[in-house]
Design a protein. Structure first.
Length: 152
């Protein structure tokens, strides 16, 4: 592939546009169930995996700033899914745990995620799935390694 070719560059730009649309679709509230967004599911899943998670660790896991983490967490607290408490060991730290309702909701949404991924997989020929996912990982790594737009 000649990356300097204008037609190829346009093709890549259109592909990026379609990829952005696909990601927006995946992030819609209606994709999952239980009125939980995909990002909120990541929060529930991270807490479920650890049993108890410090808020500071959640910032790192989600790779977002503190205000974004709080904005994602607050609806889960209001729904009675997540418990937020000051750490007994360090008064500056905040611990997060799932309430019983949160554990139940996590399980239900996890089933929805399994169904969602199954549907995606059914749209990709089985013999090509490994290649598709390997290439997506490669693409994501390339984008993550960009320090800035290298426009010349």
């Amino acid at each position: 592939m000649n990356t300097g070719d204008i037609a190829t560059n346009k093709e890549v730009l259109f592909l990026l546009s379609d990829l952005c649309k696909a990601v927006r679709f995946c992030r819609r509230d209606s994709v999952l169930c239980e009125d939980i967004t995909l990002t909120q599911f990541f929060v529930l899943d991270a807490i479920e995996e650890k049993g108890e998670l410090q808020l500071a660790d959640l910032h790192r896991i989600l790779a977002v700033d503190k205000s974004t983490t709080t904005r994602l967490l607050n609806p889960l607290i209001k729904k009675g899914l997540v418990q937020r408490e000051k750490s007994k060991k360090d008064q500056r730290a905040v611990n997060l745990t799932l309430k019983d309702k949160g554990k139940e909701t996590h399980g239900k949404v996890q089933s929805c995620v399994v169904g969602f991924i199954k549907t995606i997989n059914e749209g990709i020929p089985e013999e090509r799935r490994g290649d598709v996912y390997d290439n997506l990982k490669l693409f994501v790594e390339a984008v993550q390694n960009l320090s800035s737009c290298q426009c010349r």
